[in-house]
Design a protein around this ligand. Structure first.
Ligand code: 13P
Ligand code: SF4
Length: 349
């Protein structure tokens, strides 16, 4: 576990990280991308970190890949590329810089390392896990294969490298249905998200069998929550991530990956929107969509929230937190991830 007191001691010896209203004002163009959701005093705290990280990125020839669930100061302040899991995986296979800082969770950093084995991949906090990735091991894949002989295994990217290596192909929330439908077999094994699998099964002609994992953020929503919300806030567009249970997705007006959700809100510009997913999603797009009123409760992912500006700066400064994947595992995992990327490209996703 990272010792935050030590992180602060190391950083304060090298960088001037005191809150600065002057610097905050100098960096007002960056602030303009998030001033609907971050207060000026908070920006005065973040600005010195943003400046230090962006300068150090150049020195280290590094790029920051930020997931859509990062907080606005990370998403808008220091990320070079933002996106959903599929977009970040594709980007990781294309970057030219020597160092990738993964502003996201551990399985995303592993995916980057699998796709770019020659790069240094930094994880600002190794404890940023994922309840889905923790729900299954490679032995679980063997169990499913024994139960459904001959059925292909489609594993969500929210899995460890070992699980990817034991699978036939990966999927993300933006291509799961198309990947499952493209399998030759009538029965398809999906791991580890039971709800994504059920949501896919509802739209697919395949017999989808699944592992009983779930996301601790999305499983909390209930269909009754959505019905209550509609009653209290008539006219609100309800937009859910497919990691939510199927009855929640059925109550929603739209369901899609994190980038699918962002695109939907951009295209539709509803007067009021409730994003049934992680809290930072609405914050990150609030400034670019001033006409949309983001209402309603959201759920926080405790893993994603482990990533902070302070930890990103520390990782880049010390080059600690390097993600490694054993080459024999990486080679097999790469086949599953690459098969997904190739099929997605072929299908135009
Ligand atoms: P996306 O691929 O939709 O970004 O989802 C990743 C994730 O972890 C959602 O909980
Ligand atoms: Fe994992 Fe859920 Fe957090 Fe996404 S939101 S990283 S699926 S725990």
């Amino acid at each position: 576990m990272l010792d935050i007191a030590q992180v602060r001691t190391v950083l304060s010896d090298v960088y001037d990280l005191a809150p600065s209203a002057t610097l905050a004002n100098e960096m007002k163009d960056t602030f303009a991308r998030m001033d609907r959701v971050i207060s000026p005093p908070d920006w005065a705290i973040y600005a010195p970190y943003v400046r230090a990280i962006n300068a150090l990125k150049k020195e280290r020839n590094a790029v920051i890949l930020g997931h859509n669930y990062m907080t606005p100061e990370i998403y808008h302040g220091v990320s070079d590329f933002v996106g959903d899991s599929l977009q970040l995986a594709i980007k990781a296979s294309e970057v030219e810089e020597d160092v990738i800082v993964q502003a996201g969770v551990h399985f995303m950093a592993e995916t980057s390392k699998i796709l770019s084995p020659g790069k240094t991949v930094l994880m600002p906090d190794m404890d940023a896990g994922c309840s889905l990735a923790e729900s299954i091991t490679a032995e679980g894949i063997d169990e499913m294969r024994a139960k459904y002989p001959g059925a292909p295994v489609v594993s969500y990217v929210n899995t460890t490298a070992e699980v990817k290596a034991a699978s036939d192909i990966c999927c993300t929330s933006s291509n799961a249905l198309q990947i499952v439908n493209a399998m030759e077999s009538d029965t398809v094994i999906m791991t580890p998200d039971q709800y994504l699998a059920q949501n896919v099964a509802n739209e697919s002609h395949k017999n989808v069998v699944y592992w009983p994992g779930s996301c601790i953020v999305h499983e909390q929503y209930t269909a009754q929550d959505l019905r209550d919300f509609r009653e209290w806030n008539p006219g609100t567009r309800l937009i859910a991530h497919p990691e939510c249970p199927p009855d929640v997705v059925a109550e929603a007006d739209y369901s899609g990956s994190t980038s699918g959700i962002i695109k939907y809100v951009h295209d539709e510009k509803p007067e009021k929107a409730m994003l049934i997913t992680e809290c930072s999603m609405a914050s990150n797009i609030a400034d670019e969509l001033p006409e949309v009123d983001f209402v309603g409760p959201c759920n926080m992912c405790p893993y994603m929230k482990k990533i902070t500006l302070e930890k990103i700066l520390y990782a880049l400064h010390t080059m600690e937190g390097q993600v490694e994947v054993a080459e024999d595992v990486a080679e097999k995992a790469r086949k599953s991830v690459q098969a997904m990327i190739d099929l997605s490209r072929k299908l135009g996703i």
